[in-house]
Design a binder for this molecule. Structure first.
Ligand code: PGA
Length: 250
């Protein structure tokens, strides 16, 4: 990856294979020569078809995985299977996984280790709830999530992952953190990563997610420590997603 901004779409549980492939076909010419790194985290069923359809300017990834290599884990999917299907990155610890499915940071940590071993780029999500923010616990919550989710990741490996700060109260709600609020947290995250992992930690790419739209992309990315965006709802239409990509040009 380069020093371009990064725009990742998270489709969540939307789109069948045909819809997914049509999206990739429509998006490809729009982002052909754009100086932005672009990726789509698609449903498991669409990874292989999208990866076949995607050109070099589009990375295809997954939204979750299990930490074991193989085994009796009905309904789960291994990192190596995602790689086999053509995924190059995986979102881990998304707040919907943490809050709806009860995933702990410890589980996320095991997945991060496995993803790195299999050569998948983990995008590790952290974020506080509205209640935690109102109780002034934002940094405590984030620090704990970072400490636990990234436990025992070496200085060598830390540079191979990304962190997405996604305040839970801004996801799917239309409420975006203001660029200043987002920057404040990103700055804290960067300083903390440097404290723990030195220069390599400082270099970790940081994304913001939570109600990102074409019209707020530029102001979010203008802030120094935000190097990309993770987009949910606004990634479902090629035109809207492309508008975000175009607004992320340096
Ligand atoms: P949103 O979702 O853009 O719809 O708020 C972001 C996310 O869940 O990653």
């Amino acid at each position: 990856m380069t020093s371009n901004y990064l725009v990742i779409g998270n489709w969540k549980m939307y789109k069948d294979i045909e819809e997914a492939v049509s999206f990739v076909r429509a998006l490809t010419p729009m982002i052909q020569d754009v100086q932005v790194d672009v990726g789509l985290a698609v449903p498991f069923t669409a990874i292989a078809s999208c990866a076949l359809e995607a050109s070099d300017s589009l990375m295809i990834g997954a939204q979750n995985m299990h930490d074991a290599t193989t085994g009796a884990f009905t309904g789960e999917i291994a990192a190596s299977m995602l790689v086999d299907a053509g995924a190059s990155f995986v979102i881990l610890g998304h707040s919907e996984r943490r809050h709806i499915f009860g995933e702990t940071s410890d589980f996320v940590n095991r997945k991060v280790h496995r993803a790195l071993e299999e050569g998948l780029i983990p995008i590790v999500c952290v974020g506080e709830t509205l209640e935690e923010r109102e109780e002034d616990k934002t940094w405590d919550v984030l620090q704990e999530q970072i400490d636990q989710s990234l436990a025992n990741i070496s200085n060598e490996k830390i540079k191979n992952l990304l962190i997405a700060y996604e305040p839970v109260w801004a996801i799917g709600t239309g409420k975006t953190a203001s660029p200043e609020q987002a920057q404040e947290v990103h700055e804290q995250i960067r300083a903390y990563l440097e404290e723990k992992w030195g220069e390599k930690g400082k270099a970790v790419r940081l994304l913001y997610g939570g109600s990102v739209k074409p019209d707020n992309t530029e102001s979010i990315l203008k802030k120094g420590d935000i190097e990309g965006v993770l987009v949910g709802g606004a990634s479902l239409l090629p035109e809207t997603f492309n508008a975000i990509v175009q607004n992320a040009k340096i």
